[in-house]
Design a protein around this ligand. Structure first.
Ligand SMILES: NC(=O)c1ccc[n+]([C@@H]2O[C@H](COP(=O)([O-])OP(=O)(O)OC[C@H]3O[C@@H](n4cnc5c(N)ncnc54)[C@H](OP(=O)(O)O)[C@@H]3O)[C@@H](O)[C@H]2O)c1
Length: 208
């Protein structure tokens, strides 16, 4: 069942409260789409970022995000986040790193939490982006924690019960991007780093 990483990151790392303001980057990806829906089920206000207008519509229309924006069309990410979160961000679910993280740090609220799930923008970089605004962690008392979902495997039965109930009630949607045949797997993998996938990238090796 998909969504374990999202479940661990949102509930264990973010300690969410009803009514909090949540931002999710790479929000149409395998993890982000579930994080946003869990946050909505929890009673949070949720905004996602994605790299195409088609994905932005998907976030709002299919996954029920309150708002979404195309980060590639925003010349100033700090200003964009200020527009969507005039009162600031309580929880940032980090999937991308780089300039987005810097802009988020300037927009976090007091006692905010940042769950560092991944930093896809930094993969394969020989000279990773420096982060300039980490000092915001101090006056705003922000917690920032990385996690690996396999460390929380004891939560898996609890996760399956929770997700099964919500799937059956039609409260969770899940979008996959299916690539057919093993020889297309390398292109599908490379496509993750330019956002070619819409939803979780899956490779169908055989239909037998
Ligand atoms: N901690 C854990 O246990 C764990 C487990 C699984 C995955 N992860 C990490 O979690 C993150 C999300 O994984 P996922 O499986 O949800 O992703 P995914 O489905 O593989 O989607 C990746 C998406 O990231 C976006 N992206 C690619 N390059 C980018 C860049 N330079 N800047 C901004 N966005 C970029 C693209 O969407 P756009 O079109 O929106 O740009 C792409 O569709 C990744 O960093 C992954 O490594 C961590």
């Amino acid at each position: 069942m998909p969504g374990f990483t999202a479940y661990v990151g949102f509930y264990e790392i973010c300690s969410p409260k009803k009514g909090e303001f949540v931002f999710v980057s790479a929000a149409s990806g395998a993890v982000g789409q579930i994080v946003g829906q869990l946050a909505k089920l929890h009673g949070c206000y949720v905004v996602g970022s994605a790299g195409t207008n088609q994905k932005v519509e998907l976030l709002k229309d299919k996954f029920g995000f309150d708002e979404a924006f195309n980060y590639k069309e925003e010349p100033d990410l700090t200003a964009a986040l200020k527009r969507y979160f005039p009162e600031g961000i309580d929880i940032y679910f980090e999937n991308v790193g780089g300039p987005m993280l810097d802009a988020v740090l300037l927009n976090m609220r007091m006692h905010g939490r940042i769950a560092v799930c991944g930093m896809v923008s930094q993969h394969g970089m020989t000279d990773p982006s420096g982060i300039h605004n980490l000092f915001c962690l101090v006056p705003k008392r922000i917690s920032m924690k990385g996690f690996i979902q396999s460390d929380y495997i004891k939560l898996f039965p609890q996760f399956v019960d929770y997700m099964t109930k919500h799937y059956k009630d039609g409260k969770i949607e899940y979008v996959e991007d299916m690539s057919i045949r093993l020889e297309n797997a390398p292109a599908a993998f490379v496509g993750l780093f330019s956002g070619k996938n819409v939803g979780k990238q899956v490779v169908c090796v055989s239909q037998e």
